[in-house]
Design a protein around this ligand. Structure first.
Ligand code: NAD
Length: 455
């Protein structure tokens, strides 16, 4: 039995639906793919995106799933924009080109979409992460089966009501066992979630001999150089670390600040953080969606305090109305012995550590098992970019934080444990779901070109 729990009250609302019979779903999606690949996909996707943007029931279900409204509204807006963008996408035809080696041979080719793509997604941004890979796969001409997290299944039903009949997209309830069963039945998997589950999915995909595109955890650093705009840097770091109550893979989870500006930076950050309240008292910080994650945050806080960290703001898992909450928490006196500097916390914690040289800042930022994204604040764009070039990571926000949450047009490949496979952002996201057949056409009238053995 998997319980569906209300994050605001902690109450169990219902049980998760029993595991779906995947065989007929998979067969139906496969049967629909050829017609979809030949259809005017842009027009259908555009209709879907516009219906989704205007649907109050979907928004309310997302709010019920997550306990927060502002980020749910942002999520719907981002997804609608994403669908609109992909509805205009096509794989450019390369035309016929002569071979550079044998000009009488002309190259042409065709893109072949995977018939069925499986998407498995987490609970922190249920709608966005359920569709972020599904939509480019649909735009490429694939059928798509999505299984969102068992923690946040309420949005599935209103979403499915908006899917046009021509669109071969099914979103189903299910827990990890349904996810595992899906991997056996699809032609490619796009997975977003934790590193341990990502490894399991990659292993199962290897056994099934299908590609797995993995988008996993992060421990994003922010580097704040001397001479940058402190007001801007503190506001951006605060947003980047506490939006969605820090429950984002790309949250800022460690902050390295030049010694010369460390004291004023920490003072300003803590003063701003202290003013950011919980939604249950009219502020912007929603509840912790998954109680298991609240336990992780609590463990990281206890470990940091035991090892000597000072708590400037927040610092507790609070219980209000049955839900669990955490205020923006600024920590100082931190170092890399602490879990809060090394493991993914997934909560609104901002541990701040001073550095003296740029080399030291880069070494600290790269001293991580993760490499999802990062932020650099500098006196000039060039100074920040020079540091960004030395970071082992997939994307760097310059003079801002967390920009990949908003702008999905820049291609990026995560480093280390944060992911594997082609970029989920930018034009390359479409290509992950296509295979290429080349046609090599010999137009020579010579019956015996030099590579045919002499008779
Ligand atoms: P999770 O790994 O526990 O679960 C993710 C999904 O995998 C769920 O739908 C779950 O039901 C499914 N699953 C579980 N076991 C499975 C199995 N054996 N086979 C197939 N599917 C299985 O992750 P979570 O707790 O839901 O999400 C939080 C994690 O997601 C964090 O680590 C976070 O950093 C990561 N995340 C990454 C990105 C990114 O873009 N890189 C974005 C958001 C979240």
């Amino acid at each position: 039995m998997t319980h569906v729990r209300d994050p605001l009250t902690g109450r169990i609302e219902r049980e998760l639906a029993p595991p779906a019979d995947l065989a007929p779903i998979v067969a139906g999606l496969r049967a629909a793919q050829a017609a979809w690949a030949a259809a005017d996909r842009g027009e259908v996707l555009r209709r879907f995106g516009r219906a989704l943007a205007a649907d109050a029931a979907l928004l309310e279900a997302l709010v019920a799933d997550t306990g927060r409204r502002t980020e749910s509204e942002l999520e719907v807006r981002l997804v609608a924009g994403m669908i609109e963008r992909w509805s205009a996408a096509t794989m450019e035809s390369r035309g016929q080109t002569p071979s550079a080696v044998v000009p009488s041979v002309v190259l042409d080719g065709a893109w072949r979409p995977y018939e069925l793509v499986g998407v498995i997604s987490p609970w922190n941004l249920p709608l966005l992460l359920g569709l972020i890979d599904a939509v480019p796969a649909l735009a490429a001409g694939c059928s798509v089966l999505v299984k969102p997290s068992e923690v946040t299944p309420r949005f599935i039903e209103p979403l499915m009501r908006l899917v046009p009949p021509e669109l071969p997209l099914r979103v189903i309830e299910g827990d990890g066992s349904t996810g595992a069963a899906m991997v056996e039945l699809v032609d490619a998997v796009a997975f977003t979630g934790s590193v341990p589950t990502g490894r399991r999915v990659a292993e199962a995909a290897a056994r099934a001999f299908v590609p797995a595109f993995l988008e996993l955890g992060g421990k994003d650093p922010a580097i704040v150089l001397d001479g940058c705009d402190l007001d801007r840097a503190t506001s951006a770091v605060l947003w980047g670390g506490t939006a969605n109550a820090g429950q984002s893979c790309l949250s800022i989870e460690r902050v390295y600040v030049h010694q010369a500006i460390y004291e004023p930076f920490v003072g300003l950050l803590a003063a701003k953080a202290a003013k950011v309240g919980l939604t249950c008292e009219g502020g912007p910080i929603g509840p912790l969606i998954d109680p298991a994650q609240a336990d992780v945050i609590e463990r990281h806080l206890a470990d940091a305090v035991t090892r000597g960290a000072a708590v400037l703001t927040g610092g507790l898992i609070e219980h209000h109305g049955g839900g669990r909450w955490c205020r923006p928490t600024v920590l100082t006196g931190v170092d890399h012995r602490m879990l809060v500097m090394t493991e993914e916390t997934f909560g609104p914690l901002l541990p701040v550590m001073p550095f003296t040289t740029t080399d030291e800042a880069v070494a600290l930022a790269n001293d991580s098992a993760y490499g999802l994204s990062a932020a650099v604040f500098g006196p000039t764009e060039q100074d920040a970019l020079a540091v960004a070039a030395r970071l082992e990571t997939g994307a760097v926000s310059i003079n801002d934080a967390g920009l990949t949450a908003i702008i999905q047009e820049g291609e990026k490949n995560a480093a280390k444990l944060s992911g594997l496979g082609g970029s989920r952002m930018g034009p390359a996201a479409l290509q992950r779901f296509l295979r290429r057949t080349s046609y090599l056409i010999n137009r020579s009238t010579d019956p015996d070109p030099w590579w045919h053995p002499a008779p």
